[in-house]
Design a protein around this ligand. Structure first.
Ligand code: WQD
Length: 340
């Protein structure tokens, strides 16, 4: 089977995607600089699939290292590019770190792919490119809005760089996958989300509060124009998301694409409020969660959930796992990690 490079392959979504690629029989090479992951994730992947991907610790900001990598691995048929910084709040305080790490590295990789006879490229994008969409659910034709953060801007710029490159590089086929909110963990609890420091995202903060690592969850506002006053998001199980990457890659490898640059929204198509996520967690864990309502968080959109028609019809992919499945797996993972 084809050899696939996964950058950021020891990260949360990357590691789950490596598992699904190996399940499909692909040969996988992982690049990761371990800035937001740990080498033990390799053991988790091996424990699930019985195969250890080739691993190279490499910082994609080092242009010469990227060139050397592609000299060494000459028969790469596809690349799934996760490696990037992704903390919205941090990006506001450290914009140059985000433009260097998320943009320069993309350019270096694309320059190497341009040299290859043919390559399939999957880009990790985000629903954040839509900002607060005017219409819900959000389709791929929704206008891209002024980014709310440098992180979101790097995803918008990244998509433009890829689109512009594909226009003049017939040998390069690319798909940008716009994730909604990835949550949960592999059912084995061998891999999962490992936020470093205080979690920014809702679900890891919930599980860390429930296990006693955090005192209390702050719910950022209940005065929004939504049924229960809290913000609505489309929480997609990370395993469904990982499977979508393998399907999108296959679309390109088998030349089933309609143009050499396409975008797809990846969500469940259902919106859930913060309080609904909390209720789901309490139901599946049997734990009462300690939380309080506080003021709104700067930059939060009121509501965002996907119109998944295009991914359903074109990719033949539909999310199978539920919010309860995601909460159950996230809680199981939290308990395993804290028992180590
Ligand atoms: C979800 C909801 C918060 C924490 C971000 C990025 C997006 C993607 C996913 C990278 C919101 C509320 C949260 C807390 C809370 N990241 N919340 N208390 O902001 O929708 O998306 O992460 O790709 O690009 O923008 O996710 O989990 O931070 O917040 O009340 O302690 O939970 O206000 O309504 P978000 P989130």
């Amino acid at each position: 089977m084809d050899k696939i490079l996964v950058t950021g392959g020891l990260g949360f979504i990357g590691s789950h995607t490596v598992v699904e690629l190996q399940n499909e029989g692909y040969e996988v090479v992982v690049i990761d600089n371990l800035s937001n992951s740990s080498i033990e994730v390799l053991d988790g992947i091996t424990a699930i699939t019985g195969k250890t991907p080739t691993f190279e610790k490499l910082d994609l900001r080092e242009k010469l290292s990227v060139e050397d990598f592609f000299k060494k691995h000459t028969n790469i048929k596809g690349v799934i590019h996760f490696a990037a910084s992704k903390a919205v709040g941090e990006s506001v305080n450290e914009p140059l770190l985000y433009y260097e790490n998320n943009i320069s590295t993309l350019v270096y990789i694309l320059k190497e792919l341009k040299k290859l006879p043919e390559t399939s490229f999957i880009f990790s994008s985000s629903c954040t490119v839509y900002g607060q969409a005017d219409e819900l659910p959000i389709t791929e034709n929704a206008p891209v809005k002024q980014a709310e953060s440098p992180y979101g801007n790097t995803k918008q710029i990244g998509e433009e760089i890829i689109s512009d490159t594909c226009k003049v590089t017939p040998s390069l086929k690319a798909i940008a996958l716009r994730y909604f909110n990835p949550v949960g963990s592999h059912e084995s609890a061998k891999i999962g989300e490992l936020p470093i420091g205080v979690p920014q995202n809702l679900v890891p903060f919930i599980t860390q509060t429930a296990i006693g690592l955090r005192e209390q969850l702050s719910v950022f506002g209940d005065d929004y124009p939504t049924p229960d006053g809290t913000c609505i998001r489309d929480y997609i199980h990370v395993v469904d998301l990982a499977k979508a990457h393998v399907i999108a890659l296959g679309r390109l490898l088998k030349n089933k694409h309609k143009s050499n640059y396409e975008t797809f929204n990846l969500g469940t198509g259902t919106g859930s409020s913060v309080l609904e996520v909390i209720n789901s967690f309490e139901k599946v864990s049997g734990k009462k969660l300690n939380y309080k309502i506080v003021g709104r968080r700067e930059g939060d959109v009121i509501s965002a959930y996907a119109d998944t028609t295009k991914a359903n019809n074109e990719l033949g992919w539909k999310a199978q796992l539920t919010l309860d499945d995601a909460m159950r797996s996230a809680w199981k993972w939290e308990q395993v990690v804290r028992s180590r």
